[in-house]
Write a protein that binds this ligand. Sequence first.
Ligand SMILES: Cc1cc2nc3c(=O)[nH]c(=O)nc-3n(C[C@H](O)[C@H](O)[C@H](O)COP(=O)(O)OP(=O)(O)OC[C@H]3O[C@@H](n4cnc5c(N)ncnc54)[C@H](O)[C@@H]3O)c2cc1C
Length: 446
Amino acid sequence: MTAPLDLAGLGIGPFNLSLAALLREVPHLETAFFDRKPHFNWHPGMMLPGVRLQTSYLKDLVTGVAPWSPNSFLNYLVQNGRFYAFMNANLPAVSRAEFADYMAWVAQGLNSLHFGRNIDHVDFDGNLFHIHCHGEQRPVLAHNLCLGTGKTPSLPESCRPWQGDDCFHNMELTLRQPDVSGQHVTVVGGGQSGAEVVLSLLQGDWGTPECIHWLSRRSNFEPLDETPFTNEYFTPGYVDTFHGLEEAQRLTRVNHQKLASDGISTDTLNALYQRLYEHRVTGGPSPRVVLQPERTLEAVAGPAPYALTARNELNGHHEQTTTNRLILCTGFDTQLPGYLSQPLRQGLETDDHGELRLGHHFEATWDGPLNRHIYAVNAGRHSHGIAEPQMSLMCWRSARIINHLAGERLFPVTEGIRLVDWDGTETATAPEAEPASLAALIHNTL
Ligand SMILES: Cc1cc2nc3c(=O)[nH]c(=O)nc-3n(C[C@H](O)[C@H](O)[C@H](O)COP(=O)(O)OP(=O)(O)OC[C@H]3O[C@@H](n4cnc5c(N)ncnc54)[C@H](O)[C@@H]3O)c2cc1C
């Protein structure tokens, strides 16, 4: 790989995989993607028994902008001889294991992906980006980048000194396979991951604990809002309107919209409540289950068994418990990737919260030449809104990036129909004409 790439994708999670899957249809762009994992693997540490996707399978890597692509979930079903059985199964949602297998199937068919490449550092020589991977003698050279290395697990300050076998982030759970038999286990965090971990513990997936203790700062175990008008936040029209707002307005709105992406799915809440009920009615003495919303974990004295102090936000009391294990379902931090070297790093504009300032096409604002771009995926919650960390619009975002990179509209990125008039555009206005179709593009390049 000696000639500079048009684009180097850093990280191969679902979001850059979507970009790579669509770029397969644009052969005149030279692109390559790099990941430190030996092969594609989607959040293996949270592949708990029975967990399901929170998004429709139609919101896959490509379908929203290129339904003709061979990399669709439906084509995966057909090629694996499961289309009719899948339809007959009438599943409430696809399992995360099946969706992960779909993405791995796509990854296997793309020769632009390079696994086993740990990106050490990236610098810029004024013209080209140099991507240095661990153990590789020569850097990969590229005109443009797409940062897709995901988010960093967030740990409460009080837990950091105790990280290890007995105190860890939920993203490590199934990799650690803990035996919790007879133990007091505390789960911290009241989002979807916290609920899935508690359900898994209740099902005895890791042995029968003596006690399951669930702490959450939230005012209740709150549902994901999947109703139609809330789902408008996950449409191109809303995202474009959101991006055009003043920064302060965007931050206020994205904070109000938290439960549109960060609540617990109704299926999980129902399963959890039913399990708890049956356990109370017919279960034995263990595990004892203590559910505590409105609690902020303030102090952890260790080593294990840990003495926990939590503040009850309803009455201000401090409550103490002792626990053998802490499973921290405490979300993720957005940070600039550590591999971005100076002065490249310093030249990137960030907001007051350390998030990249991203333009319309997910390109970072930076002090480099106008014809060199650093795109970023899963990095624009403040610039593009609540849809950013979710898969709902991943292929649309990939299309936006590719169109910008190519300098032409290769994929459709506007929707003709808008049921809510977010930005004052008349709903009756005729849809904007779409560019030449991808099929025509492919035809012309044959
Ligand atoms: C348990 C879980 C379930 C989720 N379920 C859903 C869902 O159902 N629906 C939905 O819409 N969203 C869901 N999400 C949210 C989101 O879709 C996922 O987190 C998604 O994986 C984000 O994709 P990504 O490509 O940004 O990052 P990641 O999946 O985190 O991938 C980043 C990649 O970068 C690589 N990498 C990092 N640093 C380096 C480096 N220095 N060198 C080389 N490679 C590197 C990593 O190995 C990794 O493969 C879920 C999130 C979690 C945590």
